[in-house]
Design a protein around this ligand. Structure first.
Ligand code: THU
Length: 132
């Protein structure tokens, strides 16, 4: 699949403008293409209790589910200087749940799949095999 990265990067940049980052002053915007053609996005939302901060990817996943669900097929995220960044470890796991290993990622090093960024991931299969 060829991905329109320009469209996703623009959506991520727009989302970053809405970030609530009074503590880190580090805005993040994330955007993803859904398998039905929708684009979902999210921005980071910080909290005075720092550990409660919501990463941009959390908002994106919430938007995905609350707007009808589906599978993520392409993803990118940017900071407030429009630099492409990589999702933190926790958010790679969030993306794996809703995009799977073949989710295409635009990273600072170019395009790769989510399984390249999160090898040997834990997933629902591990839970199913445990029950068998
Ligand atoms: N952040 C994200 O929103 N996503 C990531 O994948 C990495 C980090 C946010 C959390 C915090 O608000 C700020 O970036 C600095 O860590």
């Amino acid at each position: 699949m060829t991905m329109d990265w320009t469209q996703l990067v623009t959506a991520a940049q727009e989302a970053a403008l809405r970030a609530y980052v009074p503590y880190s002053n580090y805005p993040v915007g994330a955007a993803a293409l859904v398998d039905d053609g929708r684009i979902v996005r999210g921005c980071n939302v910080e909290n005075a209790s720092y550990g409660l901060t919501l990463c941009a990817e959390c908002g994106l996943v919430s938007s995905l589910i609350s707007s009808g669900g589906g599978r993520l097929v392409g993803f990118t995220c940017v900071n407030g200087k429009h630099q492409i960044i990589t999702p933190c470890g926790r958010c790679r796991q969030l993306l794996m749940e809703h995009g799977g290993p073949s989710l295409l990622m635009l990273t600072p090093e170019g395009e790769c799949s989510l399984s390249d960024m999160l090898p040997q991931w834990f997933g629902s299969r591990d839970l199913q095999e445990y029950d068998d």
